[in-house]
Design a protein around this ligand. Sequence first.
Ligand code: NAP
Length: 444
Amino acid sequence: MGTDENSTTDGNGDIGVPAEGASMSAWVRREYGPAAGTRRERIPVPSPGRGEVLLRLRFTALNAGDVRIMLGDPLLVRPVFGIFRPRNPVRGMDVAGEVVALGEGVAEGARVRIGDEVVAELPGGGGLAPYATVAADRVTLRPAGLAPEIAACLPIAAGTAWQAWALAGLGGGAGAEGGAGGVTGVGSADGEGSGVGAGAGAGTGGGVSDGGEGVPASGTGVGSGSGVAGGVGAGPVGGARVGSGARSSARSGSDSGSAASGQERAPRVLVLGASGGVGVFAVQLAALRGAEVWATCGERNRALVERIGAVRTVDHRVTPLSELPEAWFDAVVDVAGGVPVRSLQRLARDGGTVVLVTGDGGPVLGPIPRMIRAAALSIGSRRKVRPLAAAVRPPIVEELVALADAGRIDPVIERVWDFADAPEALAHLEEGHAVGKTVVRIGG
Ligand SMILES: NC(=O)c1ccc[n+]([C@@H]2O[C@H](COP(=O)([O-])OP(=O)(O)OC[C@H]3O[C@@H](n4cnc5c(N)ncnc54)[C@H](OP(=O)(O)O)[C@@H]3O)[C@@H](O)[C@H]2O)c1
């Protein structure tokens, strides 16, 4: 590998494959603790093991999960990521990069080739370094037209939003265990969601069908919609307002959702915490599927959240959830936390679903008590509360890559940080007020 700290060239301007035993300069935090303790260190370039590929990284998109692992908070994460210190001291799980070497058992061309541009999730981290290894069957090809910094944002953040809607029964069956179909949006993650709205398709989970395309072919690309969804304005919400750029494909004559199936209205959904990494995708995916999206976010992010598809925004610092209409939503996705499960359940209609995305909870057990409460409150209730444990699902990432490549979802990148400033990027996320995605340029 090259001689300077972050070089990925062989000195001739060509992409270099690191020699056996080569080292690289990475951002490392060997003990659990805040971002300020992250240091630059030379560590060995990893070798791809059996079934793995070596990636030369271009961009790493950070997630709240990176911060949780960095802090070892809640303690519950430690048995998984390292009891006394993080097993992998390098943070960064969502990456885009180039395949530069194949491990044993990975046939050139079978799924990947050297030189392929890919996007992947590195379980447990490794992205704040020039090179990383990942299982060959976990990478997704990146189309040439899709910028690597955008692609890097997709696996965890957008994948989580996708799986949340699947759990709520609002499309997203692709790649989800038990779900049926591809972007046809039929079925839920576990094949038994209660279903949102009343799509015409036959689904294993009774979820919304969009009449064959999942994501409307004519309709509502991000940022291009206009008009306000029908029915908006009827809700008795103090402090809420109608988004200027909002749209609902079901109301705009696309082939999706209730319009196509002759139903009375589009699914009504609420996203709590719409301005963060997961939230911006949750809003966009729901809007793409024809839902009428309500969202909570801070005042400073209202225009953004409305631009990406919310028809109503509610400032979580001004309007308590108790002011939102009871039994109004077909699905509520909580990405923010901090409110009792019962008050979320109150917002869902009978037959609706609340999905708990956030790992919100105490310093030891994290979300576990909340999950137990959710299970208890769901017993005998027509308003199910379902915790989400999102997983890496390459078929979902493929769907997301296709949507991003078509310009139909956008990670809303707040800032691309230079590699030299990676600890500041982690610290920014640690503060809890990131907007959209925080991305670090590795090799560019
Ligand atoms: N279940 C799973 O499998 C899974 C997977 C991925 C992520 N997660 C969890 O999902 C959560 C969100 O992740 P993320 O990456 O999106 O985080 P993030 O990007 O760090 O989220 C930050 C954003 O959340 C907003 N926010 C915070 N509290 C809020 C509240 N009470 N109401 C409305 N908005 C609020 C902030 O807005 P302000 O600046 O206005 O406060 C900020 O814009 C995390 O808890 C993460 O651990 C779970």
